[in-house]
Design a protein around this ligand. Structure first.
Ligand code: FAD
Length: 384
């Protein structure tokens, strides 16, 4: 059997690793990048910490899995009748797993795509580094830094950037600069997808750390030197967009083959199949709780098990979605973690979140390799 897995993120990598362990045949992992990107730590990499915790070469992950062939290609089209998927080349599959992740959307806000910094790709993080570097070379940090969108990524980034700016000011003795980080959210509360306790406690903590929180405020446009919020201009050259995600455009381009929900994600059956021999997992599907790493890992393992069952003439098992813990670092020494309505905050919250990250790395790498990658978080950190 030849299983083709598309996507080198949590879903694709975990599925390929599990299939490799089962020795069910040939596995090809196709991804448009040569590395796995650990989105959850990009806020840290963007604010002075090591790239090692966020960017892991696929060749390192699969070093002990010679039965997985890694191919770098961007998949654009699909012919399910002929069991073919295509990018620069055609790839024939017996079973196909699609885990392409989501992409950024700017909700049509004027100038946002052109002028904002982002946190979803390696290039975006590098651009942001370059921008901060340019500011430092000219000894002139911005007066106001804006983070747009107070979901988990926006909150993490706002607190981390606030810390980072303080560190840079101390290192380079930029005494004259009074930089401020403002988190802007159109909804009435920050973290609208989490509990009220999470929203209240984290909002208080952000303010305590010096981050300005603007809820019920809508960003109307972004220019190269100003942002328009509720019709009023504010001078800035640094606005970071963390707000919108939408499904990978591959599915819309091949919509005739999928049953798409209104938000563009793919409807799948209880075995996570979108059509015969084609599984769609992780951020791409409409399964309950999809959209974070933990459910993606569970789905990837489940699909790998089901493909193994089919290979040995056993029936597939239905996937049962389960909720995932949430952990949010708010600065280096305060975090919030919540699961099944139970929460911890403060230092304990930081430790809980760090343990969640270790769990994630251990899903991709042997423990002895996962620990140094996890500990890379401490590299380049500046002591208070
Ligand atoms: C900034 C940010 C912070 C986050 N923080 C957290 C967090 O703290 N905790 C948490 O649980 N989740 C977090 N998430 C969500 C989590 O990262 C995703 O839910 C998870 O990565 C989904 O896994 P996936 O495999 O579906 O997609 P991804 O991990 O996004 O992987 C998709 C892969 O497909 C590849 N690809 C895309 N298109 C193509 C193509 N056409 N051809 C070939 N390859 C392609 C991509 O390069 C990538 O390797 C965060 C996400 C972001 C963006």
């Amino acid at each position: 059997m030849h299983v083709v897995v598309v996507g080198g993120g949590f879903g694709g990598v975990k599925a390929a690793l599990e299939l490799s362990k089962k020795q069910i045949g040939k596995i090809t992992l196709i991804s448009d990048e040569s590395y796995f990107l650990h989105h959850a730590t990009l806020y840290a990499t963007a604010t002075g910490k090591s790239f090692a915790e966020s960017v892991i070469p696929l060749k390192i992950i699969f070093a002990e899995h010679p039965n997985v062939e890694i191919v770098q290609d961007k998949i654009t089209s699909f012919d399910p009748k002929r069991h073919l998927i295509a990018g620069k080349k055609d790839y024939h599959y017996d079973k196909l797993i699609l885990a392409l992740g989501s992409v950024t959307t700017y909700f049509g806000i004027e100038g946002m795509k052109e002028h904002s910094y982002g946190m979803k790709s390696l290039d975006q993080i590098k651009n942001f580094h370059e921008h901060i570097h340019d500011e430092l070379v000219h000894q002139q940090l911005d007066k106001d830094y804006f983070i747009i969108g107070a979901g988990s990524s926006g909150v993490e980034m706002a607190a981390a950037l606030n810390d980072y700016l303080k560190q840079l000011k101390a290192i380079y003795r930029l005494k004259q600069t009074a930089s401020k980080v403002t988190l802007v959210e159109a909804a009435p509360t920050i973290l609208p997808h989490l509990s009220k306790t999470a929203s209240t406690k984290i909002s208080q903590q952000l303010k305590k750390q010096g981050v300005k929180v603007l809820t019920n405020h809508k960003v109307g446009a972004l220019e190269d030197d100003k942002i328009i919020i509720d019709g009023k201009p504010y001078a800035t050259t640094t606005a970071i967009w963390t707000s919108g995600v939408t499904n990978n455009p591959f599915f819309k381009h091949n919509a005739e083959n999928f049953h798409l929900a209104q938000d563009g994600r793919v409807n799948v059956n209880p075995y996570l199949e979108a059509l015969a021999d084609v599984y769609v997992i992780g951020d791409n599907n409409t399964v309950k709780y999809s959209g974070t790493a933990w459910p993606t890992l569970k789905q990837a393992t489940h699909v790998a098990n089901n493909i193994t069952r089919l290979a040995t003439k056993r029936p597939q098992r239905r996937f049962a979605p389960t909720s995932a813990p949430v952990g949010i670092p708010v600065g280096s020494h305060w975090g919030y973690a919540e699961w099944f309505g139970v929460y911890v905050s403060g230092r304990t919250g930081t430790y809980a979140r760090r343990l969640m990250e270790l769990y994630g790395y251990c899903q991709l790498l042997p423990f002895r390799q996962a620990v140094p990658v996890w500990r890379a978080h401490e590299l380049a950190a500046v002591e208070e």
